[in-house]
Design a protein around this ligand. Structure first.
Ligand code: ATP
Ligand code: MG
Length: 217
């Protein structure tokens, strides 16, 4: 009897790309942002992280920021030569108030319906997400990657995450990220008082700030 030949059936599998979106004001970008993106890239196995600077952040309308052009240039210096880091000018080009649900809809259109989109946030932002415009769409349609930021309260975070999972069935992933006690607010305050930002921001960004006289009041 002829021996049957085993045929390996290779099932073609489409592995959809994973993209992280890191929205922020980046006024200025600092190592906390870079480190959050890098940890997300490595720990979640993202193919890319897209940084999206806001034109006007809805919760910061009473605050004057450096121009979109300056914030964008600083971001470009900060992500230059970093594999997997990209920048989208979508919100700056749209102008006006930047709403994340509109940006995420646009990213979905751009990257296609099979792309896996993760919005990356620090704990402070995620804890406020239910107050964002159209948050129910955001929480139903997209996944989240949370990096902890010094000062957050674990119980508050756990409560918020389990409520959101219950209501919207949201996929929420946690990073075991490097804790960096850095904020743009602190950097701006230091620069206003003439104190160097030390090692809180990339050297090229610090040089750019000095050259353009930013945050000097
Ligand atoms: P500001 O003090 O002006 O609000 P910021 O430092 O909070 O600035 P944003 O541009 O507001 O920076 O933050 C963009 C995103 O990056 C948010 O999701 C925020 O939680 C996250 N993020 C900022 N700094 C850190 C940090 N040190 N560690 C982890 N996540 C951070
Ligand atoms: Mg902030």
């Amino acid at each position: 009897m002829e021996k049957g030949r085993a045929t390996d059936k290779v099932v073609a599998e489409t592995v959809s790309e994973k993209t992280g979106i890191l929205g922020g004001t980046f006024d200025p970008v600092h190592l906390g942002h870079i480190s959050l993106a890098q940890d997300a890239l490595e720990q979640i196995g993202l193919d890319r992280v897209i940084f999206i600077p806001a034109a006007q952040q809805p919760f910061k309308l009473d605050r004057k920021t450096a121009s979109g052009e300056h914030r964008l240039e600083m971001l470009k210096l900060a992500v230059k030569d970093r594999r997997g880091f990209e920048i989208s000018e979508y919100e700056l080009q749209e102008k006006g108030i930047s709403y994340t649900y509109l940006t995420m809809r646009a990213m979905r259109r751009l990257l296609g319906k099979d792309a896996r989109l993760y919005f990356i946030t620090g704990t402070d932002s995620f804890l406020k997400i239910e107050k964002w415009k159209n948050s129910s769409e955001l929480l139903r349609e997209f996944s989240y990657i949370i990096g902890t930021r010094p000062g957050y309260r674990q119980e508050e975070l756990d409560e918020c995450v389990s409520r959101i999972r219950d209501i919207y069935n949201t996929e929420i992933l946690f990073l075991n990220n490097t804790q960096l006690d850095i904020s743009s607010t602190e950097i701006r305050e230091r620069l206003e008082r003439g104190i160097p930002s030390g090692d809180l921001i990339p050297a090229e960004v610090e040089r750019y700030i000095t050259e353009h006289g930013l945050y000097r009041n």
